[in-house]
Every structure is written in structure tokens, then in C-alpha cells.
Design a protein around this ligand. Structure first.
Ligand code: SIN
Length: 426
């Protein structure tokens, strides 16, 4: 755990003084599954005025890029206890058990509720949710939508709901600068000052728009919910979109928030590789492809995951990412290969249309060719330290989703637990 007192941080970002001021009750920062769900729940359970601000447009961010799905013990014979065990095993003993219990127990109802509000999950012939498996899971428990477009479908359903909610004001193209604090130390001018946090009283932001709320302004509020997502763009290559720049964690730190587990940055084993020129956002090749039977091979065609772990190609992703990296170094290659040719054209088109189209657009046909893959930065397991209710140590400052560290992921997030965390804890 790193406390703000241990390091020297700027008190605030260099920015012009606010040219406008507005007031609300709760500001939510970010518009992925976590921010949108928080907005809908607060609207449903209170009469508070809610303002949701987002750096780009509502539907930008990491959630629409999520392919594989959302994990929950929904299948016959599965149980929250088994989901708990797989989560803490993947988390390498560093998970917070109480947080994991909340995740796995509330998960099934939360996913069903998401379906009720309009997310169209893929279904089996009998109408039940179609479930698949990913790395580290011992059961089929990953619900998916549009084959491999789960995040896009969830985002669509939630955005539709938020736009329909009359009590949620949305401000797009709004970059958060700093949190405002009341009761801060003298001279802080209401802006966070190193280590002596007051209560959150809103935030300053730069709106890139036109009209009354253009330029730098102050949005006063009783509470701020950070749902700003991850940090992938800190790394040379990542599966994260360009907006994942860690600004939520940085603003929280400047406000005196405690962060934890930041060292646990997860690398996805199979990002589509462009070789040595891989930079910025890399297309994801979902773990669900291996869940459906694809396997990794080296240049000579050897299945190198066999013997590394009892789950072989479906071992927890840290194990697979390390094995791929090791083999790349041993052979001096910029990537390894994923073999999914045996799935056949019809299956590819129905189950993984997004990945198929993306690979083909880059000149690789997974129906007849091996897919070049290499690990890329994927997920920040750590973040702003929160309790089971999303509260940080700074009164009035909440965090949820990837920016938060509720303790559910430990040292290594179990596949498809991230959308679930965003849903349950928001
Ligand atoms: C994937 O589809 O492989 C990614 C799922 C996740 O990150 O949980």
C-alpha cells in the first residue's frame, strides 16, 4: 500500500482558474460499465442530482472493447463458492476474501438484471444463457453477447438507459483536472493539498465544447465517484483504448487518496501482434477463443503450454503470458501463434465475428492461418483503495471499476471478472 505521504506529488495540475461554476449532488467520472451502472443505481435509489462527465463521448472507453464476457456462477452445477475459489487462486493469495465473496454472491443476480434492462446476451436453444470458459475457470461461466462483442452490447444497453434517465445530466468531452476539497488545509484554495484530505466538494474540469460549459470550470458536488478505467496507455503496447491514461488514479492521489496494488498490472497473453512495430492499442484475441479449443504453438508447431500447467492453454493468464514471453525470448521471435483453424469458417463467423473481421483486416485469415499473438498490457488490478461500498479514505470520494482496488483481483485478475466487478460494486 502506498500512502500519499510517502511521495511528493503536485498539489494540483497547472490550469487556468475556473471560468464557470455549476452545482450538482453527485459527479460520476467515466462512462464505462462502472460509471453508467453507478449513475443508474443512484438515480433509482435516490432523488439526488447526478452529473456524469466523460473525457470523450459516452460510448468511448474500455468497456466496448471487452470481448470474452462477464463471469458469474449461472450454469447448472456451478456455485459462487467455485467461482470464489477460481478467483482467489488466480489472485495468487492477495485477494480480499470479503470483497470476492460480495463479487461472486451478487454476480449472478447482477448479470440477470443487466439482461433485464436490455443487454442481449447470447442464448442456447432452450433460452438459457450461453456460457463459455476462459483461463483459470474450472466451469463454463462466461456470459457473452454478439459472439465476441460483449462489452459493446453491455455499453449499448447501459448508454440507452442513461440517456433515457431524466435525472442524469451528461457532459461529454470533459477532462477532469482536480478534485475540490472542503475543510482542506489553509492555502489549499479548495483544491487537494498533499496528504491532508478534507471532504470532496466537487471537481474542476476542462470541457472541450461550446456554450455555457466550455473551457475550465468547477462542478461543485457532495460526492465524486471515479469510474475512469485503467492505465494501459502508460505501456508501449496495450489492449486498452487511447483514453486509458490513468488520470483518475492521479487525481485521487493528488487529493490524498490511498492507492494499493498498483504493481499488479495484468498482461493479456494474446493480443494480435504486429511484431516489433506493435505500439499503442493492439487488437485483442479473446481468451474465449482458447476456451473454444484454440491452442498456442511456437514457430515449429509445438504446443508449448502442455506440461506448464494442469489447465494448459487455459491456465490463468499470468501463467500463459509468462510462458509465451519465455518462448519468444528463447526463440528470438516477436510473437508466438494461436491455432484456431479447426474451429472452421461457420463457427468463426458466428462465435467470433469481431476478431475474425479484425484479423482479416490485418491480412490474417484465422480460418486458414495461424494468428500472431504476444502479451500486451491489459488491466490494472490495483487502484484507489476502496471498502466494500466503494468508499476511499477521502470523505465523499468513491471509486469503482478498474480505477478502484476493491481487493477482488489480488495479484492477477481472473478472466471476465472485470465487467462483473464494475457491475456489482457500482
Ligand atoms: C478476453 O476476452 O480475453 C478478455 C476478458 C478479460 O479481460 O477478462
Amino acid at each position: 500500500m502506498i500512502s500519499e505521504a510517502a511521495i511528493t506529488l503536485p498539489r494540483r495540475l497547472a490550469a487556468p482558474e475556473p471560468g464557470w461554476t455549476a452545482e450538482t449532488d453527485v459527479v460520476i467520472v467515466g462512462s464505462g460499465i462502472a460509471g453508467l451502472t453507478a449513475a443508474l443505481h443512484i438515480a433509482r435509489h435516490s432523488a439526488l442530482r447526478i452529473t456524469l462527465v466523460t473525457k470523450d463521448v459516452l460510448a468511448a472507453g474500455s468497456t466496448p472493447w471487452a470481448q470474452g464476457g462477464i463471469a458469474a456462477a449461472l450454469g447448472a452445477g456451478d456455485s459462487p463458492e467455485e467461482h470464489f475459489t477460481d478467483t482467489v487462486v488466480a489472485g495468487a493469495g492477495v485477494c480480499d476474501d470479503a470483497a470476492v465473496r460480495v463479487l461472486v454472491r451478487e454476480g449472478p443476480a447482477a448479470v440477470r438484471e443487466l439482461a433485464q434492462i436490455g443487454a442481449r446476451f447470447d442464448r442456447a436453444g432452450d433460452g438459457s444463457l450461453s456460457l463459455t470458459r476462459e483461463g483459470g475457470h474450472h466451469r463454463d461461466r462466461i456470459a457473452h453477447a454478439g459472439g465476441d462483442a460483449t462489452g459493446a452490447e453491455i455499453e449499448r444497453a447501459l448508454v440507452t438507459r442513461v440517456l433515457d434517465a431524466t435525472d442524469v445530466e451528461v457532459i461529454e468531452h470533459a477532462l477532469v483536472l482536480d478534485l475540490l476539497l472542503s475543510g482542506g488545509p489553509p492555502g489549499s484554495e479548495g483544491v487537494a493539498a498533499g496528504g491532508q484530505a478534507g471532504s470532496v466538494a466537487g471537481l474542476t474540469l476542462h470541457v472541450m465544447g461550446e456554450g455555457a460549459r466550455d473551457g475550465v470550470g468547477a462542478l461543485r458536488a457532495r460526492a465524486v465517484v471515479l469510474a475512469t478505467g485503467g492505465i494501459g496507455q502508460v505501456y508501449a503496447s496495450s489492449t486498452n483504448p487511447s483514453v486509458s491514461t490513468g488520470d483518475g488514479i492521479a487525481a485521487a492521489l493528488r487529493a490524498g487518496a490511498v492507492v494499493r496494488d498498483l504493481e499488479f498490472v495484468q498482461f493479456h497473453p494474446t493480443a494480435f501482434s504486429f511484431g516489433a512495430r506493435s505500439r499503442g492499442q493492439q487488437p485483442l484475441v479473446s481468451e474465449a477463443v482458447r476456451g473454444e479449443g484454440a491452442f498456442l504453438v511456437d514457430d515449429a508447431g509445438n504446443r508449448f503450454m502442455q506440461g506448464v500447467h494442469e489447465l494448459a492453454d487455459l491456465a490463468p493468464r499470468d501463467v500463459v503470458a509468462k510462458a509465451i514471453t519465455r518462448r519468444m525470448h528463447e526463440e528470438g521471435k516477436p510473437h508466438m501463434w494461436l491455432d484456431a483453424r479447426h474451429l472452421g469458417a461457420a463457427f468463426w463467423e458466428k462465435r467470433f465475428p469481431t476478431i475474425l473481421a479484425t484479423a482479416r483486416s490485418h491480412g490474417v485469415d484465422p480460418v486458414t492461418e495461424l494468428i500472431p499473438v504476444a502479451p500486451a498490457c491489459h488491466y490494472a488490478s490495483g487502484g484507489v483503495a476502496t471498502d466494500l461500498w466503494g468508499r476511499s479514505n477521502v470523505p465523499g470520494l468513491y471509486a469503482t471499476g478498474e480505477v478502484a482496488c476493491s481487493g477482488v483481483h489480488g495479484a492477477n485478475r481472473l478472466a471476465s471478472n472485470s465487467l462483473l466487478e464494475g457491475l456489482v460494486f457500482s
